[in-house]
Design a protein around this ligand. Structure first.
Ligand code: PBG
Length: 324
């Protein structure tokens, strides 16, 4: 006699549907988009099939598509025409990111959560996430002052959530303090708490025309370190983060699961460019089923404990979820 027969609950589609532990929904997806200051037309990103850089004028239409699809939010990245050592374009109210935020926020109203990447790497000519000191090191505390200014510019433009992705120590507290002082008490902070120095950001570098020489290992986490990711998430929560994120997602699902277990705020996972590109490249070769692979990746991030998923596949995922 076999007393335990788990296959019983897998026998029919109806039974499998009944016992499913997670049911991903479009509303928890955040769609990552790229806005390029120099473009008049959409330009496809070679290493991210299906993803493009968009001109500023396209932002209202992108917002409409996101709302139509039923996704929860939009994460905006912007590529400026001109870069300098201080990343001045990031704090300029007429800078491309702040204009894109303003356009998106105006189109979205309260129908979609508008988020913006808060980091200097798209705006610095050296491509680092912060400013450099005399010896070429990324200067943590000088960078915090700029992040505070950048946060105010994004809040003034109407961003609902600021995605702090620079991995400077104390960045959540610095930005929260600046926002409080100016009365932006309702602007939420999504902290890229456990952001690893990952090879999976490869295609993103093309997407933002990155200038980076070298790497980000003095501020992003070593892929070998799980506990350090938990510590970062804990510190960010203590500093006032409203949402904490783990990034990349699938290679770090252990960290996602542990952050979800320890946190008292919502947890996000970022299915990054290289993770997206892996699926696209394999699918283009006929080596895996594109739709099934994207849906499985999403399901796995949810199962590990992420509440919110940042992904370039958000619109398609939303459509597939509706069909299922
Ligand atoms: C920093 C930022 C990066 C990504 C998101 N925000 C680049 C980096 O840290 O090197 C990467 C996202 C991806 O690969 O999809 N502005």
């Amino acid at each position: 006699m076999i007393s335990h027969r788990p296959r019983r609950l897998r026998a029919t589609p109806a039974m499998r549907r009944l016992v499913r532990e997670v049911r991903p929904h479009a509303s928890e997806l955040v769609w990552g988009i790229f806005v390029h200051e120099d473009l008049a037309e959409e330009r496809p990103i070679g290493s991210l099939p299906g993803v493009s850089q968009h001109p500023l004028a396209a932002v209202p239409a992108l917002v409409d598509r996101a709302i139509e699809a039923g996704v929860g939010g939009l994460m905006i990245f912007a590529i400026p025409s001109v870069r300098d050592a201080q990343g001045s374009g990031a704090v300029d109210p007429d800078g491309i990111l702040n204009r894109a935020i303003a356009s998106a926020a105006q189109s979205a109203g309260d129908r979609l959560v508008v988020m913006a990447d808060l980091c200097l790497d798209e705006f610095t000519d050296h491509g680092h996430c912060g400013v450099l000191d005399g010896t070429g090191r990324v200067d943590n505390d000088a960078t915090l002052e700029i992040y505070a200014e950048m946060a105010l510019a994004q809040a003034r433009a109407g961003a609902h959530v600021l995605g702090l992705s620079g991995m400077m120590d104390g960045q959540v507290a610095a930005v929260r303090g600046a926002l409080e002082a100016e009365g932006f008490t309702d602007v939420a902070l999504l902290a890229y708490a456990a952001k690893y120095a990952s090879a999976f950001y490869g295609p993103f570098r093309e997407a933002v025309d990155s200038q980076l020489q070298g790497d980000r290992r003095t501020y992003q986490l070593d892929p070998a370190n799980g506990r350090e990711g938990l510590r970062e998430a804990e510190l960010d929560e203590l500093e006032g983060a409203d949402i904490v994120m783990v990034k990349p997602a699938l290679p770090y699902l252990d960290v996602v699961a542990e952050v979800a277990a320890q946190s008292r705020v919502p947890v996000a996972a970022y299915h990054v460019s290289g993770e997206y590109a892996q699926i696209e490249a394999a699918a283009a070769n006929g080596w895996l089923d594109r739709r099934a692979a994207h849906l499985e990746a999403l399901t796995s991030m949810r199962r590990a404990g992420a509440d919110i998923i940042v992904t370039y596949a958000a619109l398609e995922l939303a459509a597939w979820l509706k069909e299922n």
